[in-house]
Ligand binder design. Structure first.
Ligand code: NAD
Length: 498
């Protein structure tokens, strides 16, 4: 970074703060103008953005519209439609003993919000939070991911053209720039990405007592038992898993089902994959690529940790990280091309976990089943029944999403009631993450806080309580000393009624 304080990360934060301090971002007109500007950026800049997404992730134009541009546009429309209601002070009732008085909750902007985005949906995950940040009247500093450089460059160019060039700053760069940003004081930080960096972000935020929203990941499981609808379910599972080559935070990580369903489900998933991306997905313009060689090597390591290339049945115990004496089987896919960063949609049948989840140790668990896969490899894990699947889910970290494809309403509700996850999809996967009326976020290890729609507005606002109790008549005297017998009785009666 050069010496110009206006373009250094710290300098950009100062510019954003000065814009916020000027008061300009608070007015309803400014908020609406920014949201309309964002909408124009997305529509007029659509082609450039789609080209950048293709260059970074091999994402087709249609898929870019569906999973990136369209999601942000629907957030913008939703915010514009509801902004009036969200920003209006909300009057609240008061206990009788406090009357006469009035109380309201007044939403006020927090200040300058830092948005740190990852590479996998580099547009959506930077701009969706921004919708809420602007709707709530804040200034913003946007940090796109350096691992999606084309999208990062296009946004750095377009954002100042369409949005308030002072109040909305873009800082491009990698660890040094983010580190410099994190040394500055923000009023809120939204970070989307892995748990390791989330700790760095939270530590830095703690220095300034800055609140954080952490949108993380995890191993989102699927339960399947709906034999009558196996093809429809398999198609939804396959689509959710293999879109963007599996690099989706809410993608199914693995499937839990009973042993006799493993093969039929894998067959249905294979047919679904072929239907969507053809016999050779490497030739499909609609199938994504792995973001870089480091992630490619990590994924192949996970797969080869349970399989030996060229063999479809191996003892996982023979390979690094495998569970002793257990066999993992390649059911479909497995093809890879490092130069093209291509990994075929792959389904692996895992051995049944012998021990109850509570006694399984990390050393017994292959890396494929221990860490978030975040790529196009789908293990199917046989378990005796839905209750065992629930135990399995409960034994792990709370996932970002959980999906249930079951013919039984009771089983669906058992998963909802007895497991904890960021969100749940019943007979559907992925889609809940793009709906502005549903809050989106993790729980436990999968994240802190939520956004989208009104949840964004609340996250990026301070909901300030304002109480007015007029001086005349001065009924507050009744609870002030000295406490005569009458007052004591009154206080007792009033506190019991309240
Ligand atoms: P990434 O590598 O792009 O990193 C995310 C951001 O952190 C980038 O802007 C990067 O510059 C910054 N960063 C990296 N190292 C840093 C450091 N040492 N100090 C400060 N900043 C640093 O993305 P990633 O972490 O590979 O993202 C993948 C993870 O994100 C997966 O776990 C996935 O599940 C999760 N994810 C979650 C969501 C969600 O909405 N919950 C969405 C997408 C991805």
């Amino acid at each position: 970074m050069g010496a110009d304080p206006g373009t250094s990360p710290a300098g950009r934060v100062q510019v954003a703060r000065a814009a916020f301090d000027s008061g300009s971002t608070r007015s309803p007109e400014w908020r609406r103008a920014q949201l309309c500007g964002l909408r124009r950026l997305l529509t007029e800049g659509a082609r450039e953005l789609e080209d950048a997404l293709w260059a970074d992730l091999h994402r087709s134009r249609t898929e870019s519209q569906l999973t990136e541009v369209g999601v942000v546009l629907s957030e913008v429309s939703h915010a514009l439609r509801h902004l009036g209601r969200w920003t209006r002070p909300r009057h609240v009732p008061l206990p009788v003993a406090l009357r006469p008085a009035t109380a309201r909750v007044v939403p006020e902007p927090l200040g300058v919000v830092l948005v740190i985005a990852p590479w996998n949906y580099p547009l959506q995950l930077l701009l969706c939070p921004l919708v809420g940040v602007l709707a709530a009247g804040n200034a913003a500093v946007l940090k796109p991911s350096e691992l999606a450089p084309h999208v990062s460059h296009v946004l750095a160019r377009l954002v100042p053209r369409y949005l308030d060039a002072e109040a909305v700053q873009v800082v491009e760069g990698a660890v040094p720039e983010t580190t410099e940003l994190l040394e500055q004081r923000f009023d809120h930080i939204v970070y989307t990405g892995g748990a390791g960096v989330a700790r760095v972000v939270m530590r830095a935020a703690a220095e300034h007592l800055t609140p954080v929203t952490l949108e993380l990941g995890g191993k989102s499981p699927v339960w399947f038992d709906d034999d009558a609808h196996i093809d429809a379910a398999a198609r939804r599972i396959a689509w959710a898993k293999f879109v963007n080559a599996g690099q989706t935070c809410v993608a199914p990580d693995h499937v839990l089902t009973t042993p006799e369903r493993v093969e039929p489900l894998a067959g249905a998933i294979r047919r679904a994959v072929e239907g969507m991306w053809g016999k050779d997905p490497s030739r499909s313009p609609d199938y994504g690529r792995i973001v870089n060689t480091a992630h490619f090597d990590r994924l192949i390591g996970l797969l080869d940790g349970v399989l030996t290339p060229g063999e479809d049945v191996v003892s996982a115990g023979d390979s690094a990280g495998g569970a002793a004496g257990s066999a993992a089987r390649l059911l479909s896919g497995g093809g890879r091309d490092r130069e093209a960063l291509h990994i075929e949609p792959t389904v692996v049948a895992m051995p049944a976990p012998d021990d109850p989840p509570a006694v399984r140790t990390p050393a017994d668990t292959p890396a494929l089943m221990a860490e978030e896969i975040f790529g196009p490899i789908l293990p199917i894990v046989p378990v005796p029944d839905a209750a065992a699947a629930i135990d399995h889910v409960r034994a792990g970290a709370k996932p970002l999403a959980l999906y249930v494809f079951s013919s039984s309403k009771r089983t669906q509700e058992d998963f909802v009631a007895h497991t904890s996850s960021g969100g749940v999809g019943l007979d559907v996967a992925l889609v809940h993450a793009g709906i502005p009326t549903l809050p989106f976020g993790g729980v436990g290890a999968s994240g802190i806080g939520a956004y989208h729609g009104e949840a964004s507005f609340s996250t990026f606002s301070h909901l300030k309580p304002v109480l007015h109790k007029q001086l005349v008549p001065d009924t507050l005297r009744m609870v002030q000393p000295p406490f005569s017998r009458v007052r004591r009785a009154l206080v007792r009666a009033a506190t019991r009624r309240a």
